[in-house]
Design a protein around this ligand. Structure first.
Ligand code: NAD
Length: 251
């Protein structure tokens, strides 16, 4: 498919996992792509990946605005924004102090507002403007020991709907994906903290009716579906990519 031919995209958190898979897929389908991530030391065009890498901390207003501006200057226009950067948190509602609550919400929720507010004036000029946010299955299913993270992703889901309403008349579509547990470096780090990593991995797989983790490529495909000009009538949708975790009860 070359449905993104002639279009450009920004992917936040594009250096790893779901973001990296999404940046590569959009590129393969014809888009010119800028990946914004806090892990890049300097701005550079990666000629092997054919992706423009821009250092960006979505937790910081100045960094976010500068990164979007630099990416837009390189790309020359902006059609697609993938708000994917996010961080995790574990524990019940009492497990994290105020600083940690604010740190996680700042990245996962306010980060979307920061990046989008700079991108919007560019997006509204596109005939194929589309934003896709990365939410999570935990926005719709109570999962133990994920209070802060779930709160942040519930906010992402609500924000997605509000953004879709606000910008529909400007021709900007806004949707979200809600992945189940996906096999990315993130989950690898989670398992490293477990006392019995093999048992913890088995429990994560068993939690999803398909009995396996979601792949980053499967989430990227869903993101590309929502972002594609071919999905021109789809806005305000939350697409589950969760192996059945949110909707199925299998005995
Ligand atoms: P990952 O850790 O592999 O990748 C996340 C990327 O975001 C990293 O490259 C990291 O450097 C970047 N990032 C983190 N904080 C940032 C910041 N402040 N500014 C800029 N970049 C930042 O994780 P992943 O599993 O690919 O997760 C991507 C998204 O998917 C996150 O929003 C996460 O909440 C969501 N998600 C993941 C899962 C899962 O099971 N892996 C499930 C549901 C939702």
């Amino acid at each position: 498919m070359n449905d993104f031919d002639g279009l450009t995209a920004i992917v936040t958190g594009g250096a790893s996992g779901i973001g990296a898979a999404t940046a590569a897929l959009l590129r393969d389908r014809g888009a010119r792509v800028a990946s914004l991530d806090r892990s890049y030391p300097t701005a550079a065009f990666d000629s092997t990946a054919a992706i423009f890498q821009v250092p960006c901390d979505v937790a910081n207003a100045g960094s976010s605005a500068a990164a979007v501006a630099l990416a837009a200057e390189h790309l020359g226009r902006l059609d697609v924004l993938i708000n994917n950067a996010g961080i995790g948190a574990t524990g019940d509602v009492a497990a994290n102090d105020d600083d940690e609550w604010l740190r996680v919400l700042n990245v996962n929720v306010v980060g979307i507002a920061r990046i989008t507010r700079t991108a919007l004036p560019l997006l509204v000029q596109s005939a194929h403007a589309s934003i896709v946010n990365t939410a999570s299955v935990v926005a719709n299913v109570g999962v133990g020991q994920r209070a802060l993270y779930s709160a942040s992703k519930g906010a992402v889901q609500s924000l997605t709907l509000a953004m879709a309403a606000d910008h529909v008349k400007q021709g900007v579509r806004v949707n979200a994906v809600a992945p189940g547990t996906a096999d990315t470096p993130w989950v690898g780090r989670l398992l490293e903290q477990a006392q019995d990593a093999a048992a913890a991995a088995a429990a994560l797989r068993a939690r999803q009716p398909m009995g396996r983790l979601v792949t980053a490529d499967e989430v990227a495909f869903a993101i590309a579906y929502l972002a594609s000009p071919l999905s021109g009538s789809t806005t305000g949708s939350i697409l589950a990519v969760d192996g059945g975790m949110s909707g199925l009860r299998v005995s």
